[in-house]
Design a protein around this ligand. Structure first.
Ligand code: OGA
Ligand code: MN
Length: 303
């Protein structure tokens, strides 16, 4: 049932960090109300690229319905992590669907374990994801926080010389690179089943397609090399930018509570999970991923 607008409480925004992370109050994902309410969330999201909704005991269908207001949904290339009833749900979980903790050395866990590294979602696609929505179903008492970095703020704080240096530079991103980052997984014959994706090229500095704001486009997960610079020069530049972009002043740390839902803009943020004991406790999150509207726009293409 859709609630009439007159019954709804006003949506309130509350910043959790000076540059990233904003709590949304007075909004129910399961029962959002009319299109105006969704438009309000869309507007808030453009200004606040990480929105946190508390106490949202939603089911997968509610999550999918809500996510579809923002675009089509991606199907994740890792087949083992798709929810059986809903391929649009990517299971970010150290537990299988039967409730058993994934063995430490299983392909499924080794792959998921790479979310402990900084990344942005779906950068291995020609058109990377617009945004992701993550529902915390079973959360941990210790560890397993999610960190979010604001890549617009990181870009703005670069010196002019570095900004000029980034103009025209492009980076090769590849899904295979994710697997190569696990020494264990990369050695295996059987690395799990994935939809095949060829490497793609993206600008190192990009402009947001809706606001025009410039940001660094980093995703250490998938970044193979800068096309115009030989290694080690290219690698050194990427490493310096990653270090710059992940300083505390640009990063919000989310300590999960049960049924938190976070919605982030992949076009101007990065995220990572802080380490936790994956054999002692269950951590179950369900993600929907919104398809991007267009390939990343180089920062220099925006005037
Ligand atoms: C993701 C991811 C974050 C988390 O869902 O895209 O990287 O907190 N995980 O598990
Ligand atoms: Mn992710």
């Amino acid at each position: 049932m859709v609630t009439g607008a007159k019954d709804l409480t006003p949506i309130e925004l509350n910043r959790l960090h000076p540059v990233i992370g904003t709590e949304v109050r007075g909004f129910s994902i399961a029962d959002p109300g009319d299109g105006d309410r969704i438009d309000e969330i869309k507007r808030a999201w453009l200004e606040h690229p990480v929105l946190v909704f508390r106490e949202q005991p939603i089911c997968d269908t509610d999550q999918i319905r809500f996510a579809r207001h923002f675009g089509e949904l991606e199907i994740h290339p890792s087949l083992a992590h798709q929810a059986s009833g809903h391929p649009e749900i990517y299971r970010v979980s150290n537990v299988d669907e039967a409730g058993n903790i994934l063995p430490d050395k299983s392909n499924e866990w080794l792959y998921l374990n790479l979310t402990w590294l900084w990344h942005s979602d779906s950068t291995f696609r020609e058109i990377p994801s617009k945004g992701s929505i993550l529902h915390g179903i079973e959360i941990l008492k210790n560890g397993g926080d999610t960190l979010f970095a604001n890549m617009q703020a990181a870009y703005e704080h670069l010196d002019d010389q570095t900004k000029a240096r980034l103009e025209g530079l492009t980076v090769i991103h590849s899904h295979d690179h994710i697997i190569s980052l696990s020494s264990e997984l990369s050695r295996r014959q059987d690395q799990g089943e994935y939809t095949e994706l060829p490497p793609v090229s993206h600008p190192l500095a990009r402009a947001h397609p809706e606001t025009g704001q410039r940001s660094l486009f980093l995703s250490p997960h998938t970044m193979v090399a800068i096309e115009q610079l030989p290694d080690p020069e290219g690698r050194a530049l990427l490493d310096r930018l990653i270090e710059h972009a992940t300083q505390n002043r640009f990063v919000y740390r989310h300590r999960w509570r049960e049924h938190d839902v976070i919605m982030w803009d992949n076009r101007c943020t990065m995220h990572m999970v802080t380490p936790f004991d994956n054999q002692a406790q269950r951590r179950i999150m369900h993600r929907t991923t919104i398809v991007g509207d267009r390939a990343p726009i180089p920062a220099s293409g925006m005037t």
